[in-house]
Design a protein around this ligand. Structure first.
Ligand SMILES: Nc1ncnc2c1ncn2[C@@H]1O[C@H](COP(=O)(O)OP(=O)(O)OP(=O)(O)O)[C@@H](O)[C@H]1O
Length: 552
C-alpha cells in the first residue's frame, strides 16, 4: 500500500497590509505564500527552513487548518497542534493549573487527565516549579512545559516553531527522542527554524521557502546544499546589494490594486474575502509595511512578473528555471493527485473538512476553486448559455462521462461552474501501484539494496541499473530511483502504541565510528542519551573515534 501523503497544490496566501499613504485608494496585499506545491509522507519529521518572513509560519498555520487564500491541501490535520508558549494572560496561573486547563480544552478524557499530568510533570523536569505561578517561570521553563504538554497529547500533526530553541541542550535531545516515538505512531512533525544547523540531524526531509515561494523540498543533504549555496551567494554581495536584494524580493511579494472609482468589482469582493481570512486567530498581528515608495505602482512589479534585474543575480535565474521545471512537473502530476485531494475554497467550507487520514475524495465540479481551475488542464469553466451537452460535444467526450466525472445527477450547470474534463485516476486502494511521485525510495538505517529490491518486488540488477550502481554500498538517507516495474510495498502493520521505542540492535557495547553522535547512538539502540552518558560516566557529549561505549 502506498503510504499516505500530504498533498499541497498551488497553495497561495495573501495578507491585506496597510496602505501607508492614505490618499492612495486601493488595496495592498502581501503574497505570503506563492503557489507552493509538494507532497510529503505522514510520519516524518520535516524541517521548514527559510529566511525571515519567508512564509514558514503561514505554511504551518495552513497545515494545522488555517484556510488558505487559494490552493488545495489534503493532510491529516484534524488533531493538529502547534507549540504555543503560555503568554502573559496566564501569568497568575500555576503550570499545573494551566496544564489541566489545556488538557481539558483539548478534550483529554477526565479520567486520563491525572495520569497525563504526571507524565507531563516528569517529562518537563519542572519539579516543584509546576505548582508555582507562571509569572515566575523563565523562558526555558515555559518552553519545557509547553513542549511537554504538546508531546503528551500526541497530535497527528505537530508544528514546532523557534520557541523550541529556548530549551536546554539535553532537553532538546530528549524532545527529539520523543518525537521519534510519535513519528512511529504516524504523527507528521513540522519544525520551523532559521537556524538550520540545530535541526538538520533530526529531520527526514526539509522544505525551504524564500519570499513565499518553495525553493526546494526533498532530502536533507540536497536541500541544504542548495540552501547554503544561496546564502553564500548573498553573503558575497556588498551590504548595499544585499539590502537591495531583500527589498526587491519583498516588494515582489506586494500586489497593489489601485481603485479610481469604487465600483463593485470582482477584485473588491476578493479583497473582502481575504480580509476576513486576516481575522483568523492563528497569525493575528497585522504588520506595518515599509513603503519605499515614491516608486509608482507600475514600477513595483507583481511577484508573478518579477525578474531579478542585476547581473549579480543571474544565478537566481537558474534557480527560477528549476522552479519552472518543478511547476511543469506539478501540472503533469496534477491529474493523479487530483483524484485523492479535496480542495479548499477560500470562502466556503470549514477547514476541518480537509481529508482525514484514510479518506479519498475526487475533485468535483462544485469544489474546485475557480482561480486554480482556470490554470489547470483537465478542467473547463462553464460560459453563460452553454449546456452540458454543448460542452461534452465541444470537448469530444460523452455526456454520460462528463456527468459521471463531475458527479452530476442531472444536466444542470451554472455559468462559471468548473467541470472536470478528464476521468478520475484510480486510487491507491483500488490499484496498488506506485504513484509517479513515489518512484524513489529514501534509504533507511539497516536497509540494503537487496532488502529494498525485495520490498518493491524487483530484481537487484534492475535496482542497480536504475541507479547506475556498480556496487552494493548504499547510505542511509540517500535517494534511490525505482524502476517502472516496482510494485507498491506490502502494507505496513498498523502501529501499536507502545511506551518504549523498540531497540533496533540490542548489544552490550558500541564502538564509536565516524559520524556517530550520542543522539544517533541512542536512537539506534532505542535508549536515552542521558542513560548512555551515565553508563559511561560521560560529562559531555564529546565522543572519540573507536571509543567503546557500554549500553545501558
Ligand atoms: N497577519 C498578517 N498580516 C499581514 N502580514 C503578515 C501577517 N502574518 C505574516 N505576515 C507577513 O507574511 C510574510 C510571511 O510571514 P510568516 O510569518 O509566514 O513568515 P516566517 O517565515 O514564519 O517569518 P519569521 O521567521 O520571521 O517568523 C511576512 O512578510 C510577514 O510579515
Amino acid at each position: 500500500m502506498i503510504r499516505e501523503k500530504w498533498k499541497v497544490i498551488g497553495l497561495s496566501h495573501y495578507y491585506t497590509v496597510k496602505q501607508l499613504r492614505p490618499q492612495r485608494k486601493g488595496t495592498r496585499q502581501l503574497l505570503a505564500l506563492d503557489r507552493v506545491s509538494f507532497s510529503q509522507s505522514y510520519g516524518e519529521i520535516v524541517g521548514v527552513i527559510g529566511g525571515k518572513g519567508s512564509g514558514k509560519s503561514t505554511l504551518g498555520a495552513i497545515l494545522l487548518g488555517k484556510k488558505p487564500s487559494e490552493g488545495l491541501i489534503s493532510g491529516n490535520s484534524e488533531t493538529g497542534k502547534a507549540l504555543v508558549l503560555p503568554d502573559h494572560r496566564y501569568d497568575e496561573r500555576t503550570g499545573e493549573s494551566y496544564t489541566r486547563q489545556q488538557l481539558t480544552k483539548w478534550g483529554i478524557p477526565k479520567k486520563k487527565i491525572g495520569e497525563t499530568m504526571e507524565q507531563i510533570l516528569s517529562f518537563s523536569e519542572l519539579g516543584g516549579q509546576f505548582g508555582v505561578k507562571m509569572k515566575h517561570y523563565s523562558l526555558s521553563e515555559k518552553s519545557q512545559l509547553a513542549i511537554s504538554l504538546l508531546l503528551h497529547v500526541a497530535p497527528t500533526v505537530i508544528y514546532i516553531d523557534e520557541s523550541l530553541l529556548q530549551v536546554k541542550e539535553h532537553f532538546y535531545i530528549k524532545v527529539f527522542l520523543f518525537l521519534e516515538k510519535l513519528k512511529e505512531l504516524g504523527s507528521s512533525i513540522w519544525i520551523e527554524t532559521e537556524q538550520v544547523k540545530r535541526i538538520e540531524t533530526y529531520c527526514d526531509r526539509l522544505i525551504w521557502l524564500e519570499f513565499g515561494q518553495l525553493k526546494q523540498h526533498g532530502n536533507v543533504t540536497d536541500v541544504l546544499t542548495a540552501y547554503y549555496d544561496y546564502y553564500f551567494q548573498i553573503k558575497r554581495l556588498s551590504l548595499k546589494e544585499q539590502q537591495e536584494f531583500w527589498e526587491e524580493g519583498y516588494q515582489g511579494q506586494i500586489e497593489e490594486t489601485l481603485i479610481e472609482e469604487p465600483p463593485e468589482t470582482i477584485e473588491q469582493s476578493k479583497v473582502v474575502a481575504l480580509s476576513q481570512v486576516e481575522q483568523e486567530p492563528v497569525l493575528e498581528e497585522p504588520i506595518e509595511v515599509e513603503d519605499q515608495a515614491d516608486t509608482p505602482v507600475s514600477e513595483s512589479p507583481s511577484r508573478r512578473q518579477r525578474q531579478p534585474t542585476k547581473s549579480n543575480y543571474n544565478w537566481l535565474i537558474s534557480l527560477g528555471l528549476l522552479g519552472g521545471l518543478m511547476g511543469l512537473a506539478f501540472f503533469v502530476l496534477y491529474p493523479r493527485l487530483k483524484a485523492t485531494t479535496q480542495p479548499i475554497l477560500p470562502q466556503t467550507g470549514p477547514v476541518s473538512s480537509i481529508n482525514s487520514l484514510d479518506s479519498t475524495v475526487s475533485a468535483t465540479s462544485e469544489t474546485l476553486p475557480v482561480s486554480l481551475a482556470e490554470e489547470l488542464p483537465g478542467t473547463y469553466r462553464v460560459k453563460a448559455g452553454e449546456s452540458l451537452s454543448d460542452i461534452a460535444q465541444a470537448l469530444g467526450i460523452s455526456l454520460a462521462d462528463l456527468q459521471k466525472w463531475n458527479q452530476l445527477t442531472d444536466y444542470q450547470i451554472q455559468p462559471n461552474q468548473v467541470l472536470v474534463t478528464v476521468p478520475p485516476i484510480e486510487t491507491a486502494q483500488e490499484e496498488p501501484t506506485i504513484a509517479l511521485a513515489d518512484f524513489n525510495h529514501t534509504v533507511k538505517d539497516g536497509e540494503s539494496l537487496a532488502t529494498i529490491a525485495e520490498t518493491y518486488q524487483i530484481s537487484l540488477a534492475d535496482l542497480q541499473a536504475a541507479n547506475q550502481l556498480t556496487e552494493l554500498t548504499i547510505y542511509a538517507g540517500s535517494q534511490l530511483s525505482l524502476p517502472a516495474t516496482a510494485k507498491a510495498p506490502e502494507p505496513e502493520p498498523a502501529p501499536v502504541p507502545s511506551k518504549e521505542v523498540e531497540p533496533v540492535l540490542p548489544s552490550a557495547e558500541h564502538v564509536v565510528a565516524a559520524g556517530d553522535t550520542l543522539y544517533s547512538i541512542a536512537r539506534k539502540y532505542g535508549v536515552d542519551v542521558m542513560a548512555i552518558q551515565q553508563a559511561n560516566h560521560l560529562q559531555t557529549e564529546q565522543l572519540s573515534l573507536g571509543q567503546v561505549l557500554h549500553l545501558p
